[in-house]
Design a protein around this ligand. Structure first.
Ligand code: CA
Length: 246
């Protein structure tokens, strides 16, 4: 159980230890937007020092780091009795290392390249497992029920069978109702930064998602012309006022 988070509802403090600038920015911007407080260390030694002070609820730790690699940071923290939840970042070729990471006491690992939604899902899962929930495990809107633990979606009593991509899209929409997402943002958030396909893939998946959740009239997932898509569970009457575009 995490002492810090209990006295400080909602705001979870994440320390990112990573030297790769694009990933640092992806995590900093994305996690801040999701409501986390984010601090960054760019080498292992600084990361270890900061994590040791106990001011963080979660550590996202890259494997390959200057000064002190992620495995050593992880092992030293555990040897000192520090039980901060740790998610290791590893490159695809470092499979043996990531297994070693779990042996060293990491809670989970994620393989680069990853999409932000994948990462944030792991973050939530690790925090939930450690009892640091601070957030609902079930999202509800417009008769839709999305269960983050079982990965099941229902409309009323009726189960809806979604692909992982459709699930990630719906989760993003339900977490941020009324927000307008451009296709590029959805590509980055759901498919990942290194996705190199056509942006039309977003339209195809949104279309399939609408069909499956019974939104044939496109009132729930709105097309915002010239911009992208927006989830509007309260219906169209309230439209027109402030909207945030991403
Ligand atoms: Ca690195």
């Amino acid at each position: 159980m995490n002492q810090r988070a209990n006295g400080r509802r909602g705001r979870v403090h994440v320390l990112v230890v990573e030297d790769e600038q694009t990933i640092v920015e992806l995590l900093r911007i994305g996690l801040t937007y999701e409501g986390y407080h984010v601090a960054v260390a760019r080498d292992g030694r600084t990361g270890l020092e900061l994590a040791d002070k106990g001011d963080f609820d979660l550590l996202i730790l890259d494997l390959m780091l200057p000064d002190l690699d992620g495995l050593k940071v992880c092992r030293r923290l555990r040897m000192r009795g520090n039980d901060i939840p740790i998610i290791m970042l590893t490159a695809r070729k470092e499979i043996a290392d990531r297994v070693a990471g779990l042996d060293m006491g990491a809670d989970d690992y994620i393989t680069k390249p990853f999409s932000f939604e994948e990462l944030v899902a792991r973050v939530r899962a690790v925090l939930r497992r450690r009892g640091n929930t601070g957030e609902p495990t079930v999202l509800r809107a417009a008769g839709l029920i999305l269960d983050l633990e079982t990965h099941e979606v229902r409309r009323g009593d009726e189960p809806i069978d979604l692909t992982p991509t459709e699930f990630a899209l719906l989760e993003l929409f339900m977490r941020h109702p009324r927000r307008v997402y451009t296709r590029d943002t959805l590509l980055n958030r759901v498919w990942g930064l290194d996705y190199e396909g056509d942006a039309n893939v977003v339209d195809v998946h949104v279309s399939n998602l609408r069909r499956k959740i019974g939104d044939r009239e496109r009132r729930l997932i709105r097309t915002v012309y010239g911009l992208g898509y927006s989830f509007r569970p309260e219906g169209e009457e309230k439209g027109g006022d402030e909207q945030t575009v991403e």
